[in-house]
Design a protein around this ligand. Sequence first.
Ligand code: PEP
Length: 263
Amino acid sequence: MRDVIVAANWKMHTTPADAGDLAVTIAARTRVAGVTRVICPPFVCLAGVRDALATADPEVAVGAQNVHHELAGAHTGEIAAPMLVGLATWVIVGHSERRRDAGETDAIIGRKLGRVVDAGLRPILCVGEQLAEREDGRAVAVVEDQLRGALADHEPERLAAAGMVIAYEPVWAIGTGRNATGADAAAMAEAIRAALAGLGWSDGGDGVPVLYGGSVTSVNIGEFLSEASIDGALVGGASLKPDEMAGIVARAGLTAAARGLAA
Ligand code: PEP
C-alpha cells in the first residue's frame, strides 16, 4: 500500500531565526500515525529546521525546494545535490514556480531528478497544466509530456527504489485559492500512472505515490484524500499555519488508517 504523505512547501518564507520554532510547532500539532510528514523550508533554514526537529520530532523529514542539475562547478548561488546530504532527505524538483521563474525545462528537471537520486535523496517531481491548457482539453497531454521529458532517461527501477513521489499541481490552482475537484485530481493521478506504465514501469506506476497540490487547506483536503488514487498533498500557503497543518494531517491520518498504515 502506498504511503500517505503531507509535504509542506514553505517557498520563500521564514528565516533562520524563526523556521526551527515553526517546524517544532507544526510537528507537535501533526503527530498522527501512518502519515509521512515532510517540511521543505528555504535552503538557509534547512540546518535550523533539521536541528530543531532532531530533538522535537525526528519522524518529520526535511526537504529542499530545489537543487541544481550539475554536480559541482561555476554556478554562483546554486546548491548541488551532494551539499544537501545531511541537511535534507527529500527534494522538490520541477515546481511550477521554478518552471516559471527560472525557466526550468523538462530536460533540466530530468537532470535534477538524476542528481537527487544519485545523492540518495527522495524526489518529489511536480507536474501540472496551465489554465488555458485545461480549458483546451489538453491537461492530460501536457502532464504526459512533462513526465516523458523528465523521466525518459531514467530507469524506472532506480526512481522507484528512490521512492519518487509525483505531485500533480495544476498551475492555475497554486496560491490562487482555487482548487481542482477531487474527481479531476484523481483522473489525473490515474493518467499519471498510465503514463508511467507507458514509460516502462513494470508495476504500471502503482507503487508511486501521487500527491495533489494547489490551494490545499484543512477544509478541502478531504475531497482529495477520499480518492483512492491520491496519496496526500503538497501544501504551500497553508503549510505555514499550524492550525491548517493540524487539520490537513489529521484528515490524512484517516486515510492512513483506512489503508492499514496507522498500526
Ligand atoms: C505549492 O507550493 O506547491 C502549492 C501548491 O502552493 P499552495 O498550496 O499555496 O497553492
